[in-house]
Design a binder for this molecule. Structure first.
Ligand code: NAP
Length: 322
């Protein structure tokens, strides 16, 4: 296992991270425990969760499984989405953050969270209020680093500007979606992260299952997130993606790769990416993604795969200058 530096924090995380969104949902407690152990056996030291995943069960299980080896792990969780019906149990207000962090810490059975991600940008809360509250949590020791997930590049840079002006701790890590069927991050976010030395923990390297070989124009599996979850159906609902998934699977099989492993390795091979977060509902799925560790992703192989999906236009749209 290789361990990469997370931006300029000096902290090292395994080249693959594990996302526990399935814990307490698609994976029951027994299976989640089995997955946790198998992940740890590979040397993976980074685990991601969120306060609202499976009504807190993802954090609870992760806390139980990891308590005995807390200091050897890098743990991240997130806040923004509603955690109850109460009107204030949501968003990035100081009030919600201060109340919510204690629930996360308790469920995770820890005194501190390594990276706390703002799960998405909140149009109803002043960014300065959120950043000041996060900075206070750093000062009081409940969190070590601030992360931003699903932010546009301008939103990250706006936050960094406020933090520099006010003397707050800056965002040290971003968590964008990134796979062969979701390449928007290549345009602005990933170049920004490289330029600003911000860590990148990308998510959904398999396109939430789309790049595993089970989805193509003629067949869809009986179950799976992209058929059973309305939000994911929309996120991955355009025909071009199915087309890419088909071409990618053919390429992988022709060249002797497990498609899931190749998809994870491709996402990991962007030079801005610190580690992709893999997900699984059982050990078999996990094994597929872990095979990525055995693939040597050369520049040539990356280029051959990259042409299988449309490359997003550059930020200036002057593609001839690349
Ligand atoms: N910040 C955010 O907004 C955000 C959003 C999403 C995820 N995340 C984080 O990133 C982590 C990983 O995301 P993800 O689960 O979307 O990642 P992913 O690796 O792209 O997708 C994993 C899913 O693909 C399917 N799958 C995996 N291996 C397979 C195999 N070998 N064969 C067939 N199907 C397979 C399974 O779903 P099915 O069995 O249902 O098909 C599995 O749950 C999450 O746990 C979470 O921590 C963050």
């Amino acid at each position: 296992m290789n361990y990469n530096y997370l931006g300029d924090t000096g902290v090292r995380v395994s080249e693959l991270g594990f996302g526990t969104m399935s814990f307490g949902g698609d994976a029951d407690k027994e299976t989640s425990a089995e997955i946790y152990k198998a992940v740890r056996d590979t040397g993976i030291n980074y685990f991601d969760t969120a306060d609202h995943y499976n009504h807190g069960l993802s954090e609870t299980y992760l806390g139980e499984f990891s308590e005995h080896e807390r200091k050897n792990l890098v743990l991240s969780t997130k806040f923004y989405f509603p955690t109850s019906d109460d009107v204030n149990d949501r968003g990035t207000s100081r009030k919600h953050l201060f109340e919510n962090i204690h629930h996360s810490l308790k469920r995770l059975k820890t005194d501190y969270i390594d990276i706390l991600f703002i799960h998405r940008f909140d149009e109803n809360t002043s960014l300065e209020e959120t950043l000041r509250a996060l900075d206070d949590l750093i000062k009081s020791g409940e969190i070590l680093y601030i992360g931003a997930s699903n932010f546009a590049t301008w939103q990250v840079m706006k936050a960094q500007g406020i933090s520099m002006r006010e003397g707050f701790s800056r965002i040290k890590c971003i968590q964008p979606m990134y796979s062969l069927v979701k390449r928007q991050a290549e345009v602005e976010l990933l170049p920004m992260a490289l330029s600003e030395k911000i860590g990148v923990v990308s998510y959904s390297p398999l396109g939430a299952g789309m790049l595993t070989g089970k989805y193509n124009k003629n067949t869809t599996p009986g179950n799976g997130r992209l058929v059973s979850n309305e939000m994911y159906k929309v996120r991955y609902g355009n025909d071009g993606m199915l087309d890419t998934a088909g071409k990618f699977t053919d390429f992988a099989e022709k060249n002797g790769f497990n498609p899931a492993a190749l998809a994870v390795r491709w996402a990991a091979s962007h030079k801005a990416v610190t580690c992709p977060l893999i997900g699984a509902r059982n050990i078999e799925q996990l094994k597929g993604s872990l095979e990525a560790l055995n693939i040597d992703m050369t520049e040539e192989l990356r280029a051959e795969i990259s042409v299988l999906s449309p490359e997003p236009a550059s930020a200036t749209d002057r593609n001839e200058e690349k």
